[in-house]
Write a protein that binds this ligand. Structure first.
Ligand code: ADP
Ligand code: MG
Length: 354
């Protein structure tokens, strides 16, 4: 067989670059939901409403009461690698926002029909930008932003074919919001599907009280109960440990609350939901002596660590992180959960359950 003739090297068109990036960032409607809620939180929203049609495939609209985007910056927000969150390498090394790559809006816009509707506190009216046509015109809304994503993957049928039923995609979208909600009791969340309210979690912490650690913990317990159910609270014990530079809080389920699936294991690093082997291994090893077989413990663990000691720029979706000293984090999490399970109240609860 003759080798294919060599073709010249060319720069890819912008649109195609975004579509390639979208493959990494947007796997399904839930990934878009996650990115848009990230943005709303970064904008300081206190109330976030997610509206979906057909499991998010036909429509995802995320509405917030955050800072808004000024009219002249709306087209910039859609550009690849355009961000308001970092300006240099130093910022990247201690990033405190959910986003920083400036990729999500460009990526989602390249595989959907997107519109941005936004108003800042200084503006007399809101503006609406249609991503495809570039048309920008005055519109009505109060301060904040609504991002509308229609017909996800309409231009990439191969990707669209991989989507599951609307019910499954909806469940993934709800899970994406749930992960955010568990970290932010100071923010109210609502999810609508096909015009019906399917989930609502009210804020139980005023913005003014977020610095009060006692009130924060109280609000967090309330949010855990609202999102995961009263059973989760009843069958778990509070976690609180500070070891060196690492603080671990949250709740750990009693051994009897363990499940066959690992579907109630939530780990956060500086407020970001992560999937991390160090954290799951540390948590699992705390149950070593009390949990046998293949049972999966339930827990929600919040790790606070100096942002300089963790690299969040490991994966395009930022769901993975790398710790500078993973042993220190492993020890902190393991001890935090072990101590919680060994506390007198945990022992008493376990005894009554037995
Ligand atoms: P990143 O979040 O990494 O900066 P995005 O593509 O998600 O990249 O967003 C680009 C920019 O658009 C953000 O940096 C921000 O300035 C602006 N933006 C996006 N969504 C919102 C929102 N809901 N409220 C205010 N600004 C937003
Ligand atoms: Mg973002």
């Amino acid at each position: 067989l003759a080798p294919a003739p060599r073709r010249p090297i060319r720069d890819l068109p912008d649109e195609l670059i975004s579509q390639i990036a979208a493959g990494e960032v947007v796997e399904r409607p839930a990934s878009a939901v996650r990115e848009l809620v990230d943005n709303a939180l970064d904008a300081g929203a206190t109330q976030i409403t997610v509206r979906l049609l057909a499991g998010g495939v036909r429509l995802i609209a995320v509405e917030d009461d955050g800072s808004g985007i000024p009219q002249d910056e709306l087209p910039v927000a859609l550009r690849r690698h355009a961000t308001s969150k970092i300006t240099n390498l130093h910022d990247l090394e201690s990033v405190a926002t959910m986003g920083f790559r400036g990729e999500a809006l460009a990526a989602i816009a390249s595989v959907s029909e997107m519109a941005l509707l936004s108003r800042t506190a200084q503006q007399a009216s809101a503006f609406l930008l249609d991503a495809r046509s570039g048309e920008l015109r005055p519109a009505a809304r109060s301060r904040g932003t609504t991002v509308e994503v229609k017909e996800l993957f309409f231009s990439t049928p191969a990707r669209r074919k991989f989507l599951k039923t609307d019910a499954t995609e909806l469940a993934h979208c709800i899970e994406a919001v749930r992960r955010h909600a568990l970290a932010r009791p100071d923010v109210g969340f609502a999810i609508w599907h096909e015009g019906k309210l399917v989930e609502q979690w009210r804020a139980t912490l005023t913005p003014a009280a977020t610095a009060d650690e006692g009130k924060r913990q109280q609000a967090l317990q309330q949010r855990l109960s609202d999102v995961l159910g009263e059973d989760f609270i009843r069958d778990s014990v509070p976690v609180h440990l500070r070891l060196g530079a690492v603080t671990v809080t949250g709740r750990a389920g009693l051994p009897d609350a363990a499940r066959s699936r690992a579907d109630q294991q939530f780990c956060y690093v500086n407020g970001r939901f992560v999937r991390d082997k160090v954290l799951t291994h540390a948590a699992r090893s705390a149950y070593e002596d009390v949990l046998h077989g293949h049972k999966q413990p339930v827990y929600a663990l919040y790790v606070q660590i100096d942002p300089q000691r963790v690299d969040v720029n490991v994966h395009p979706t930022k769901i993975e992180v790398r710790f500078r000293d993973s042993r220190e984090v492993h020890q902190a999490v393991r001890h935090a959960v072990e101590n919680a399970l060994a506390a007198p109240r945990a022992q008493a609860l376990a005894a009554t359950a037995a």
